[in-house]
Design a protein around this ligand. Structure first.
Ligand code: URA
Length: 432
């Protein structure tokens, strides 16, 4: 085969055969196809799109390009969850124990945070001693024993996607629905799940700012998953502002524990319950979302989910006492109020800006080698639709550095207020 023929076919809007896509992925991974031809291919896909069969073939070929987790020794339907990314999104810390308490195995590979979004691994490492570098045998043993384990991503998962994504990043071809969908789904398929619940974010803080685009992306991912025999569904949720009230690792862990105890903020509680209910359905424990929700509420009310959290933390070397006593988690030396400059209703909170401010406090990484400070972060005292008087706190900085003036300024800029009443935004737009 010749790459130029494949590019020509795609450029002219013709459908590629599975073998052609597989050939491209292998040849590009091996270095036999140069970056300039792969760029031309990505641009052709950007303009011409892909059929469902093409996107599924690309996904599968990328999933097969590196290690694939064999989770066949884990009993039951392994259900995974993936979010397209957001600020303050700690739902995995809540869903994992809930779903495991329903006896559904959750074998989760998670990433670290980079830039303005946080990573589940960093959050979990707020528990002193928590280990996420786990050998595959041990990972499988932990899931069979506790129904829940979270490991850091293996070095050689989907190398073809890694290479293509880096190229797309510098050739203006990231924002293509089939390319995003196949990139995300290739990682999920390689990570070995039987069923996948996707949380596709929309709004100012999301990759897909427009609802219709988010729906198209969700449909593309659901079709890919189902065509590769993974039961897949997607929830479209709002990321017009950070989720919950806290951004920062230990602060988010504390908020997740409060949510498991039934005392979490409304948006985080609702999204976590919705995603967990869908996971209960895909995991074969409920016939519909309503039945799933009843099961989820039960394991929250009878503390089974909270007990599961303790068992999970202990099993990976962390201190389970911190689940009962979150004050054992590290706290920042200094708390500084960021005060409203005007009275009014909160109209918008720029999520990425809040994430960036948290990163500058030390909660996230500007480069992948930065060391993070688990204690620091931001508490949002006011969310969209709340009324604040001038001089009331909009947010609280939890900091371990003396001079935070520039970060306070960033937070003030992230907030917009209005004299007119502002309704609280809708949280969940659709299930696909
Ligand atoms: N996240 C991914 O993993 N891949 C994309 O293409 C975009 C976002």
């Amino acid at each position: 085969m010749r790459m130029v023929d494949i590019i020509t076919k795609k450029r002219d809007g013709l459908e590629l055969a599975e073998e052609e896509i597989r050939w491209f992925v292998n040849a590009y991974s091996n270095g036999d196809v140069p970056d300039y031809q792969a760029s031309a291919f990505a641009m052709a896909v950007y303009f011409q799109g892909m059929t469902q069969d093409e996107a599924a073939a690309l996904t599968y070929a990328m999933a097969e390009s590196g290690d694939q987790l064999d989770l066949s020794e884990i009993e039951g339907i392994k259900v995974d969850k993936h979010s397209t990314g957001g600020v303050g999104d700690k739902t995995t810390l809540i869903l994992g124990p809930i779903v495991a308490a329903l006896d559904i195995p959750v074998a989760k590979m998670s990433g670290r945070g980079l830039g303005h979004t946080g990573g589940t691994i960093d959050k979990l490492e707020s528990f002193q001693g928590f280990q996420t570098e786990i050998e595959q045998d041990e990972f499988i043993r932990l899931v069979n024993e506790n129904k829940l384990a979270v490991a850091g991503q293996s070095g050689n998962l989907t190398p073809a996607d890694k290479k293509l994504y880096a190229l797309r990043d510098v050739t203006a071809t990231v924002n293509s629905i089939p390319l995003i969908a196949s990139s995300v789904m290739s990682k999920k398929i390689a990570a070995g799940a039987d069923a996948i619940v996707l949380d596709v974010k929309t709004g100012s803080g999301a990759f897909m700012a427009e609802l219709e685009e988010a729906k198209d992306l969700a449909r593309a991912m659901v079709e890919i998953g189902n065509s590769l025999n993974r039961k897949t569904m997607a929830v479209i949720s709002n990321m017009d502002q950070p989720l919950g009230r806290f951004v920062g690792n230990a602060l988010e862990v504390k908020e997740a524990i409060e949510t498991l105890q039934g005392n979490g903020p409304q948006d985080l509680h609702e999204l976590s319950l919705t995603l967990a209910s869908h996971m209960a359905v895909l995991g074969g424990k409920a016939s519909d979302e309503k039945e799933g929700r009843a099961l989820v509420e039960k394991v929250m009310q009878d503390n089974a989910a909270l007990e599961k959290m303790k068992q999970f933390v202990q099993s990976q070397g962390g201190d389970p006492a911190a689940v009962d006593h979150p004050s054992l988690l590290s706290t920042a030396e200094q708390q500084t109020d960021v005060l409203a400059a005007d009275s009014g209703y909160i109209a918008a909170i720029h999520a990425a800006q809040i994430g960036k401010a948290a990163m500058m406090l030390g909660a996230g990484r500007a480069t992948k080698d930065d060391i993070i400070d688990h204690a620091v972060g931001i508490e949002l005292k006011a969310k969209i639709g709340d009324y604040v008087e001038k001089g009331e706190p909009l947010a609280v900085l939890h900091a371990n550095q003396k001079d935070t003036k520039h970060i306070e300024e960033m937070i003030l800029q992230a907030y917009s207020t209005s004299k007119e009443k502002v309704e609280k935004p809708e949280l969940i737009f659709a299930a696909i």
